[in-house]
Design a protein. Structure first.
Length: 550
């Protein structure tokens, strides 16, 4: 504890700057969407950890990461602020590792490259661990309407994150060079060349996206209708009375059918309802099935219905499904959500944790995961169903497209998090997936935001939150797959491994030099000439030296 307290005192100024930089990064994401802040935040953390020890870098990484996730995930406060702060703390631990890695690699040649790789290493691990990971907060999701967005068609979200991170670390190198040039002794041809070279490379990476073609030409189109039935109240208890949400979607669909009959609306080829649009199992409860059947027959075309369905063989489990409901044949093919949300749709170690965290008892049954992609023939269209948070995970949309989906549908229920910024964050993910896979993406939400996104990522139509609405229009269908779909996760694995190897190499070289250790101390040696340009001021050096004796 004494060492930790001493570290906190020595790093007080940098800790404050790191926390401020983390908050700035949160404002790069929707609903604020100030994407240039993602570049500045990366640059700031690179400079703050430059020349520090591993433990100092870890501390600064955590000081950056925890506030970042608190602001980014503030929508979770509807469950409880303790949930927001707790999840932010756990996610901040990954950034703690990032900070340590940035510090360790900061003295290596080409350190901006290794730093950018480490950002991807952090995202790679956080997307997968624990319990399947949590993908919120990736740099790519702050850049769904930036010059970096088209890069998704080449290497998916990981390439976008890497490009943003590399630009940020290069900007840090430019700032560091400018700081050094304040001294007459540092004004050398090499110093100017280094600064201008880093700036030119950052500009080239930013401009590269404009050279990436984003194919959008449709092979054919279908006319769709997206029904947003709305809920009576936002928050944890949005369901209300049984069949209330189902009746909202039925009535909105019956109204659509009436407008079609009167010639006020062209007849669609298919209709899309959102996740949980049937709040009762239509197979178990005949009254729910009858209401759906009435709406489907009235509109006269297949409807993709979202419903919670009891597992057929495993007692006590439920499946989150998208069901193709035909006006003549009734319910047919279905897709079951493959990636249930831990602690939201299932409780790991339920018997043990429920006794300690009584709130987990509000999740009465565990969702059972599906075992195949959501490619569903819905009328004339072969759609790829992706349910809610699954849009945040690279492999599920990618596998769905590679299995033959000609357009993607994101069935979602954001009523719990309405008017908190979460629906905007999820819509941004849909925009990136559209570019990444060259597919139109339809987001169907119970209470908003429902939207139709073109293959180039532009939002063609969208609803407001907590309104009953129906979107209608032509949906482009495409068969061509992108390079990102062909290469899959290979680039992400390669860059993440390079980041890990760079960190290992930095540790080895620092120990071999008898220089920096990872326990918060420095060795007693005179700094060489290169050390004076690392952004560490004399007061910090003295504090580091004093730390040896505590």
């Amino acid at each position: 504890m004494r060492r930790l307290a001493a570290l906190a005192r020595r790093e007080a100024r940098r800790t404050g700057l790191a926390a401020l930089s983390g908050v700035a990064l949160a404002f790069a994401f929707p609903p604020y969407g100030i994407w240039p802040l993602s570049l500045l935040a990366v640059a700031a953390l690179s400079l703050l950890t430059r020349g520090r020890t591993g433990s100092q870098g870890a501390w600064l990484g955590f000081a950056f990461g925890w506030p970042f996730f608190v602001v980014l995930l503030k929508w979770l406060h509807v469950v409880g602020w303790d949930a927001t702060i707790g999840l932010a703390f756990l996610q901040g631990l990954f950034v703690l590792g990032l900070g340590a890695g940035l510090a360790v690699t900061s003295r290596l040649p080409l350190w901006p490259l290794w730093g950018a790789c480490l950002w991807l290493t952090e995202e790679f691990l956080r997307d997968r661990l624990p319990f399947g990971g949590f993908s919120w907060g990736r740099l790519a999701f702050a850049n769904t309407s930036s010059p970096y967005t088209p890069l998704a068609a080449l290497g998916g979200a990981p390439l976008v994150s890497f490009a943003v991170a590399l630009t940020g670390t290069l900007l840090a190198a430019v700032a560091l060079t400018a700081w050094r040039l304040r001294s007459d002794a540092a004004r050398t041809t090499r110093a100017y060349a280094t600064g201008f070279g880093a700036l030119a490379l950052a500009g080239a990476i930013t401009a590269a996206g404009f050279a990436v073609p984003v194919p959008t030409k449709a092979a054919d189109t279908v006319r769709i209708a997206v029904v947003q039935g709305n809920v009576q109240q936002p928050g944890m208890h949005f369901l209300g009375r049984p069949m209330q949400i189902l009746n909202n979607h039925v009535e909105a669909t019956l109204d659509l059918a009436d407008r079609i009959k009167k010639g006020k609306e062209p007849k669609p080829d298919l209709v899309i309802w959102p996740e949980n649009s049937s709040d009762l199992d239509p197979y178990k409860w005949p009254e729910a099935g009858d209401r759906i059947d009435k709406a489907v027959k009235a509109v006269g075309v297949p409807v993709l219905v979202g419903a919670l369905v009891d597992h057929p063989t495993k007692q006590g489990y439920v499946e989150n499904q998208g069901i193709v409901w035909d006006p003549k044949k009734g319910p047919g093919a279905s897709y079951t959500k493959q990636h249930p949300v831990p602690f939201g749709e299932y409780v790991p170690f339920r018997d043990q944790l429920s006794k300690v965290i009584t709130r987990l008892q509000q999740v009465p049954r565990d969702f059972y995961p599906g075992d195949h992609t959501g490619v569903l023939q819905t009328g004339p269209a072969r759609l790829g169903d992706v349910i809610c948070f699954e849009v945040a995970y690279d492999e599920i949309p990618r596998d769905t497209v590679n299995d033959g989906a000609r357009a993607l549908v994101v069935q979602t229920n954001n009523a719990t998090y309405g008017r908190t910024g979460q629906p905007e964050q999820q819509l941004a993910m849909s925009k990136l997936r559209a570019v990444e896979h060259g597919r139109a993406v339809v987001t169907a939400a119970t209470s908003g935001i429902s939207a139709i996104v073109a293959p180039d990522g532009t939002v063609q139509q969208r609803t407001d939150e907590f309104t009953q609405d129906v979107l209608t229009g032509k949906l482009p269908l495409r068969d061509q797959i992108t390079l990102a779909d062909r290469v899959g996760a290979a680039p992400e694995w390669m860059i993440a491994i390079v980041g890990a190897l760079a960190c290992a190499g930095g540790l080895f070289l620092n120990r071999r030099r008898g220089g920096f250790r990872t326990d918060g101390h420095t060795e007693t040696r005179a700094p060489d000439a290169a050390d004076h340009g690392d952004g560490t001021d004399e007061q910090d050096r003295q504090a580091q030296t004093e730390g040896q004796h505590q």
